[in-house]
Ligand binder design. Structure first.
Ligand code: DGL
Length: 295
């Protein structure tokens, strides 16, 4: 039997992927805004952290995961990884006609928000050194000082379920305190894993410092793109609404309120993914293996 005759496992769903568990923050926002949508999430934990890998490797993984999701029948792809976006989303867009929505560091809204004129951007090493971030800084940094801080080590802690550990706090203090000392009153969470460090970042930065996390904006953009192609109706909450880029920290997904199915996959260890993803998601979830066998 040829591949085209096989049923597609993700027919009609929206596929999201990240280097690991970080993109669950985007999945949570999408699930909350679009409860009826079937969602497929792939954590490429076997290859995390992307931010410390070569550009060619990140591009290869992004293309591979994106095209596997397309082959599986998804109707749209959300790149839930800033590092994959800044280095590889252009290449992915060239390879597929699917709707692609991609997260990137929210520098523009941070510049609009700052009162002190100093913005800090927390990101992976590859994101912080990327041409995309350099361009965003040139574009929006004419009257604002934008300090981009690479944060190696944080992704690994979140992947290991150690996001609330003393080690995470110490590493965050090392990265965040110098930004605050330089006058930053606004911090961009430029990596989806950092959403899970929000409480600690806030504690280190101080309550007056605004954290900008674009997960909700990505969900809204997905809703608009799907509705523009008549693939979903626009949620009522979005009709006539202006974009606001801060995430409501109380937003919690209650899967019992969702009609759409959510399937979670990992390229890494199922046991670790199951433990860490359940911890981050806030309830026990089943994780499947993302391998050729699912097709
Ligand atoms: N969550 C990815 C991002 O948003 C982390 C990349 C990594 O694995 O280093 O950039």
């Amino acid at each position: 039997m040829s591949t085209t005759q096989l049923p597609k496992p993700f027919e009609g769903a929206v596929g999201l992927f990240d280097s690991g568990v970080g993109g669950l923050s985007v999945l949570r926002a999408v699930r909350s805004l679009l409860p009826d949508l079937d969602l497929v999430y792939v954590a490429d934990s076997l290859h995390a952290p992307y931010g410390e890998q070569s550009q060619s490797f990140i591009k290869e993984r992004t293309l591979s995961l994106g095209l596997m999701l397309e082959q599986g029948g998804v109707r749209a792809i959300v790149v839930a990884c800033n590092t994959a976006t800044v280095l590889a989303v252009k290449a992915l867009r060239e390879q597929t006609a699917l709707i692609i929505v991609a997260i990137e560091p929210a520098i523009k809204p941070a510049v609009s928000h700052t009162k002190s004129g100093v913005v800090g951007v927390l990101a992976t090493t590859q994101t912080s050194q990327s041409q995309s971030v350099k361009r965003l800084c040139e574009l929006y940094g004419t009257d604002t000082k934008i300090i981009v801080q690479a944060c190696p080590g944080l992704v690994e802690l979140v992947e290991s379920g150690l996001h609330q550990s003393d080690e995470a706090r110490a590493l965050l203090a090392h990265y965040v305190e110098p930004l605050i000392e330089q006058g930053a009153d606004t911090l961009v969470l430029g990596c989806t894993h950092y959403s899970f460090l929000k409480d600690t970042i806030q504690a280190v930065a101080g309550i007056g410092v605004e954290l900008i996390d674009p997960c909700d904006a990505v969900a809204r953009e997905l809703a608009r793109r799907l509705s523009a192609q008549s693939l979903t109706s626009l949620p009522q909450s979005l009709e006539g609404q202006q974009a606001s880029l801060t995430t409501d920290p109380d937003t919690k997904v209650k899967s019992s309120h969702s009609k759409g199915q959510t399937r979670l996959f990992t390229t890494g260890s199922i046991a670790i993914a199951q433990t860490v993803m359940s911890q981050l998601w806030g309830e026990d979830i089943v994780v499947e293996s993302f391998a050729g066998s699912i097709f």
